[in-house]
Design a protein around this ligand. Structure first.
Ligand SMILES: NC(=O)C1=CN([C@@H]2O[C@H](COP(=O)(O)OP(=O)(O)OC[C@H]3O[C@@H](n4cnc5c(N)ncnc54)[C@H](OP(=O)(O)O)[C@@H]3O)[C@@H](O)[C@H]2O)C=CC1
Ligand SMILES: O=C(O)CCC(=O)C(=O)O
Ligand SMILES: [Mg+2]
Length: 744
């Protein structure tokens, strides 16, 4: 194999980070046997913080900026990355990571929430680049193909209730429903243009006294789409208030579903308004105190609990009692952890719409209440751009009942996200109106093509999509449609300004292909959901071609319904420059799994997604360079996964059951057996004969060694920045297995 044979493996956070310590040592050995080397790149929150502040660290504590390096690499033609899910950090997560690093002797600066000096402003600015969705938009330099592989789908049909949690029945009289705004939202205010030629533009704010301020200058490429919109926060808060009252009358839980991680500037602010509204009696009574101690509602109720620690005990008690009184008056909140009293409004990163909505649909419209019991729930999704898709599927379930994993079809997603498309590019173009005034987007001649009159506090957001990204997205959609002959739906709404621009492009670019005999259509998101749900209920497969946010939403929703978890999804990003990113799954980093691992020594993280990413990364070498060894390795890894699924060897939820480490063992065993059993490549066959024999003969011994280590707390001395020596020991408890792997 050529010297290009390198795979970049990302070091991330939480459960997939832990899992890597067991899986990667074996993967490195297998890859090496085909001449493929593995280079680990650290994109964890802790790693990114350390890389951002070299001047604060001792020489031996400094680390390279791996994300910046990867950002360059994904723009080169031969780059092959295996990307695992990483944290898109909220402020509370960032602060917790900083604290952990400081406690371990890394002198990184505190996060200055309200910077006063120039130095503090600089620090906050640096941290803002670590916050939120800071990795994915940078690495995803291509559009996304997320699908469920045949073997995974087959296995879900065979074992419908054993993969993830089972689907629960819906009742026709479920009171669960989606509530969204009817005006004043991003949907209503959106304005959009397509640049006819390369154009320099400015986003500016002019206050009511006429004083202008330039917020951002940027250059649009030819045929690039730019849109601007805003959320009227007075309307938003009024909407929250009304829906809180209605949920009380309806006797159901109140829940809020946003994407405060990916939409790191706009959504925490919206979240903050919900906190202020739900706990408004507390905020009214303690307004002055909260101001003095610097409570920031965007960080959730947890920030109140954190900041009141500065107050005398009796004052703390009074505030805590006032918070309790709110629960007696208001509808019960959707809970994140009812045992610990953690609510939906505790922190902005706890309930994330892509993962939270599917579980409500999966659970028959029920969500956990403060009493620890499942209950009907009001699902509040303020903005209408995407709320209607969930409305549609929930109403459909009330009429047609729960889906059936044994018969339902599959939804593949072709998601637009290349070149920071749509919401991904909005972070540095989102602004909170500093006063009443006007946001204007002007061209070189100072001619405004977008103008929004706003009130103080309104949230203004700009997005872009480059023409090359859209062209590539249409191309992938057509290719997939041709390969599968499945109905292919572009989820675009002609009544949304941005979508109207995209519809023109899609219609134009489709003309370049012979689409005879294909079913390609453009439907509004709500209608697209109706169409898709109807098809999948009949066992038909559908291709959903969507923008960035719907990519995110649908790639958790359908996999969770179809196969129990988005961890079993195959994600490939064909990079525009010619390389490939194989993403592990479509879900996140499962923080609850880490908690369980630390407390009970059981890691329930399912690595199916990593296994599929291993295969697709190897296939890249096969497809691009015709590499035979990579092909043999890829074939064997695919067969290994099929065997693993046929034997139901994925992690159970409780200690004593197979966990992530055991799952890795079986994958490695089958992979080695596959290589030893094939004759396409004699070298590989010879190399794996002995390890395959060892892995097979020692099965019961290895499983015993795993069992001996299970069920006890795992001391890894940390969460965001654990002791990696301890972690390696905890994740590799079987000496017998380690010896076999080390001998390869
Ligand atoms: N690609 C990326 O980089 C992504 C990163 N994220 C980040 O992940 C974090 C957590 O996000 P959250 O919204 O809680 O979503 P997650 O997908 O991490 O978790 C939701 C639930 O899904 C289940 N789950 C997810 N992955 C697996 C797996 N591999 N094996 C078994 N179960 C799994 C778990 O269910 P149960 O607890 O019932 O076992 C988990 O609690 C956030 O910091 C977010 O920013 C989120 C999405 C994508
Ligand atoms: O970038 C992020 O914040 C997470 C994105 C996500 O959830 C996804 O891509 O599925
Ligand atoms: Mg997602």
């Amino acid at each position: 194999m050529s010297d290009k044979a390198k795979i970049y493996w990302t070091k991330v956070d939480e459960a997939p980070y832990l899992a890597t310590f067991s899986l990667l040592p074996a993967v490195e050995k297998f890859f090496k046997s085909a001449g493929v080397s593995v280079e680990v790149k650290d994109i964890s929150v802790a790693g990114r913080i350390l890389a951002s502040f070299p001047e604060y660290l001792k020489e031996n504590q400094r680390v390279p900026d791996d994300l910046a390096k990867l950002a360059e690499l994904v723009k080169l033609p031969g780059t092959n990355v295996i990307k695992l899910p990483n944290i898109s950090a909220s402020v509370p997560q960032l602060v917790a990571t900083i604290k952990e690093l400081q406690n371990k002797g890394y002198n990184v600066p505190d996060y200055p929430e309200e910077p006063k000096t120039e130095e503090e402003k600089k620090i906050k600015d640096t941290y803002s680049k670590v916050l939120g969705s800071a990795v994915n938009p940078v690495l995803r330099e291509g559009n996304n193909i997320r699908a469920i592989s045949k073997s995974v789908k087959e296995s879900a049909k065979k074992f419908p209730d054993a993969m993830g949690l089972p689907l629960k029945p819906w009742s026709k009289d479920s009171k669960t429903h989606v509530a969204h705004m009817s005006g004043g939202d991003f949907y209503e205010h959106e304005r959009s243009i397509t640049a006819e030629k390369p154009t320099k533009i400015k986003i500016e704010f002019i206050d009511d006294a006429g004083k202008p301020q330039v917020l951002k200058e940027l250059a649009l490429q030819e045929k690039e789409v730019f849109d601007g919109t805003f959320m009227d926060v007075v309307a938003l808060q009024k909407f929250f208030g009304e829906e809180i009252n209605k949920a009380k009358e309806e006797g159901i839980l109140w829940s809020l579903h946003l994407k405060a991680t990916m939409m790191k500037v706009s959504d925490p602010v919206m979240f903050g308004f919900a906190v202020k509204e739900y706990y408004k009696d507390v905020f009214a009574k303690h307004e002055q105190t909260f101001k003095e101690i610097g409570v920031n509602t965007n960080n959730g109720l947890a920030d109140v609990y954190l900041k009141i620690k500065k107050l005398p005990e009796n004052k703390q008690k009074e505030i805590e009692a006032d918070i309790q009184a709110v629960y007696d008056k208001n509808p019960p909140l959707f809970m994140v952890d009812s045992d610990k009293g953690t609510t939906n409004l505790h922190m902005p990163n706890l309930v994330i719409i892509d993962a939270s909505l599917p579980t409500i649909v999966r659970d028959g419209g029920k969500a956990w209440g403060p009493d620890g019991k499942p209950s009907d729930v009001k699902v509040v999704i303020p903005d209408r751009c995407y709320a209607t898709i969930y409305k549609e599927i929930i109403e459909d379930c009330k009429v047609n009942g729960q889906f059936d994993r044994t018969t339902m079809g599959s939804v593949t997603n072709i998601g637009l996200m290349a070149m920071k498309a749509e919401e991904y590019g909005s972070h540095d173009k989102t602004f909170i109106a500093p006063s009443n005034g006007t946001f204007r987007v002007v061209d070189e001649n100072n001619k405004a093509f977008i103008e929004h009159k706003v009130k103080k506090g309104d949230i203004w957001r700009g997005c872009q999509v480059k023409d090359a990204a859209v062209k590539n997205w249409v191309q992938i959609a057509v290719e997939r449609s041709k390969q599968t002959k499945n109905s292919t739906v572009f989820w675009l709404d002609e009544n949304r300004a941005h979508d109207a621009q995209l519809i023109k492009k899609v219609n134009e670019y489709l003309k370049a292909y012979d689409t005879t005999g294909l079913d390609i259509r453009i439907l509004k998101p709500q209608e697209a959901m109706r169409f898709t749900v109807e098809k999948v209920r009949k066992g038909k497969d559908v291709i959903a071609v969507t923008g960035n946010a719907l990519r995110d939403y649908l790639t958790d929703l359908f996999p969770i319904l179809e196969v129990g978890t988005s961890a079993k999804v195959l994600s490939i990003i064909p990079l525009l420059a010619g390389g490939r990113v194989s993403e592990a799954g479509a879900g996140g980093s499962a923080p609850k799994h880490v908690e369980q691992f630390i407390e009970q020594g059981h890691l329930r993280w399912d690595s199916t997604a990593e296994f599929t990413a291993i295969t697709t990364a190897l296939r890249f070498f096969e497809e691009k360079y015709g590499d035979k060894k990579a092909k043999v390795l890829a074939d064997a890894s695919e067969i290994a996964l099929t065997k693993l699924l046929a034997n139901k060897q994925w992690p159970g939820r409780k200690p004593g059951e197979l966990d992530n480490r055991g799952q890795h063992y079986y994958f490695i065993k089958y992979w080695a057996e596959g290589l030893a059993g094939q004759s396409e490549d004699k070298d590989l066959q010879a190399k794996f004969l002995k390890p395959a024999k060892g892995l097979s003969e020692n099965e019961s011994k290895i499983i015993e060694e795993f069992k001996a280590a299970a069920g006890k707390p795992a001391n890894i001395n940390g969460y965001y920045f654990p002791d990696e020596d301890k972690l390696a020991l905890a994740m590799r408890p079987s000496k017998t297995l380690n010896n076999i792997i080390d001998s390869i």
